[in-house]
Design a protein around this ligand. Structure first.
Ligand code: CS2
Length: 467
């Protein structure tokens, strides 16, 4: 079977780029070429290009992997997004990615691109742990492996913050405006957070550079949402049956997608609203809602699944007692939220339960369970602090915390950048050694004795039940 490429003759039912792909030129560099970006921002960009064509082709940069870049080259940037829900499967071929670069092999090319006047936006999906955030201060962690390297050799950066700072330094030297930095990772106030990290690193190399970025740079926050599991067994075969060609980059996802963005760009942007993106002045209420209701419940489901031997989110959602837990968690999380403009929270919660239960989506609980130290602070600990401050018992959050600790003790060593510290804490008794890990739990929780007793009580029950 022919390999998918820009010249493949696709069956009529397959949606394809509705613009002149040969006329597309680069305007965006995206760092982090994972499944999520390809099924989210790239799809919105494809829709934007069809509605209002412009110089907004995406050049994808992979910081570590080289395989994905080879596959993108082999298919001329084309790949299939298969949407799976109760109505069946639909295939859409995306053309917005016009080139791909592996930073480990072509670092000079990545830096040259960032200094190219045609590039006006740099978007990011590198995962929570890649940024090098010091959990105690919220600023840059100089001990993070990539940050250490990039502080020592700033002109040959390897990590995301180092690459952004060197790119911005080159633009300043060339008398160009900065590019807009648009973070699309699941972190609270993600634009503000990345701005702080970039300024921290710039400050350490050149105060004038930091002042220039602070004055001219733009770092809009954004809330992104679409459930996109890593490609599963059968993904490629299903895509091939739909498009009549072989696609090694095919992805499967749900129909739902959401993107809420602060409309604050240095020098223009694609018409992402054509794909359904919402432009607002303050993303905070949307992002809090999503991190606490979707991602918080996801972490609950992931640890329930891991402790009960359930491999997929849909397996957990097939058991009524777990669904009841999920609903109770959402109830507690919703109580910590401000109203979200134009959104009915009850409907949003009901829709989430249906999305998690989607039988056609094979989302591994192991994938969501990883990196707990990077995910739980914004998903579970922050709402716990707020619930306690307003007089609640925050028991739902104590329960997820206990599940995570039980998972770490039972499954260790776990996939987490702080795995060694977690393993050391797990070799001692009780939860106290975990609460002593620097910067992991907010101070308000470390000193909340009543809440910590609830964590211990849940942990004892889980131990007694063998899970
Ligand atoms: C998940 C997210 O892996 C995880 O931690 O909670 O990737 C989740 O699927 C997305 O944020 C959905 O938008």
């Amino acid at each position: 079977m022919e390999r998918l490429s820009p010249t493949t003759a696709l069956p009529a039912h397959v949606q394809r780029p509705a613009y002149d792909r040969t006329a597309l030129t680069p305007g965006i560099v995206h760092i982090g070429l994972g499944a999520f970006h390809r099924a989210h921002q790239a799809v919105y960009t494809d829709a934007a290009l069809a509605a209002a064509f412009g110089p907004w082709g995406i050049v994808g940069v992979s910081l570590r992997s080289t395989d994905i870049v080879q596959e993108m080259h082999a298919q001329g940037g084309f790949y299939t997004v298969v949407t799976r829900d109760a109505d069946g499967d639909t295939a859409r071929v995306i053309g917005a990615e016009i080139d791909a670069v592996a930073a480990t092999q072509q670092r000079a090319r990545v830096l040259a691109l960032l200094a190219d006047p045609a590039i006006r936006i740099v978007t990011l999906t590198v995962s929570e742990k890649a940024y090098g955030i010091d959990p105690s201060t919220g600023g840059l962690d100089p001990a993070h492996p990539a940050v250490t390297v990039d502080l020592a050799t700033p002109h040959a950066p390897t990590g995301v913050v180092g690459v952004l700072v060197e790119g911005l330094a080159r633009r300043r030297a060339a008398d160009l405006p900065p590019f807009t930095v648009l973070c699309c990772d699941n972190l609270p106030s993600n634009g503000r957070l990345v701005r702080r990290l970039v300024l921290d690193m710039a400050e350490r190399r050149d105060a004038a550079l930091a002042a220039w970025i602070a004055a001219k740079g733009r770092f809009p926050s954004s809330m992104v949402d679409r459930i996109v599991p890593a490609a599963a067994e059968g993904t490629r075969a299903r895509a091939a049956a739909l498009i009549g060609a072989q696609d090694r980059l095919a992805l499967e996802t749900e129909a739902f997608a959401q993107w809420v963005i602060e409309d604050d760009f240095v020098d223009g942007r694609p018409a992402w609203e054509a794909g359904g993106a919402l432009f607002v002045t303050d993303v905070a209420p949307y992002e809090k809602m999503k991190l606490r209701l979707l991602n918080g419940s996801h972490s609950l489901i992931a640890y329930l699944g891991q402790l009960h031997g359930l491999d997929y989110v849909r397996d957990v959602m097939a058991l009524p007692e777990h669904v009841a837990r999920v609903r109770a968690h959402m109830e507690a999380a919703a109580a910590t939220l401000d109203p979200v403009p134009g959104l009915d929270l009850a409907a949003y919660r009901a829709q989430l339960v249906a999305r998690f239960a989607n039988p056609a989506i094979a989302h591994r609980t192991a994938q969501i369970a990883m990196d707990g130290t990077q995910k739980l602070p914004q998903r579970i600990f922050a709402p716990a602090v707020e619930a306690l401050a307003s007089g609640g018992d925050a028991d739902a959050f104590a329960y997820v915390t206990a599940l995570w600790l039980a998972y770490v003790r039972r499954m260790g060593p776990v996939d987490d950048p702080r795995a060694a510290e977690l393993a050391a804490a797990a070799s001692q008794t009780g939860s106290a050694p975990f609460f002593a890990l620097p910067g992991l739990f907010p101070r308000e929780l470390v000193s909340a004795n009543g809440w910590r007793q609830r964590v211990d009580a849940h942990l004892a029950t889980l131990d007694a039940a063998g899970r």
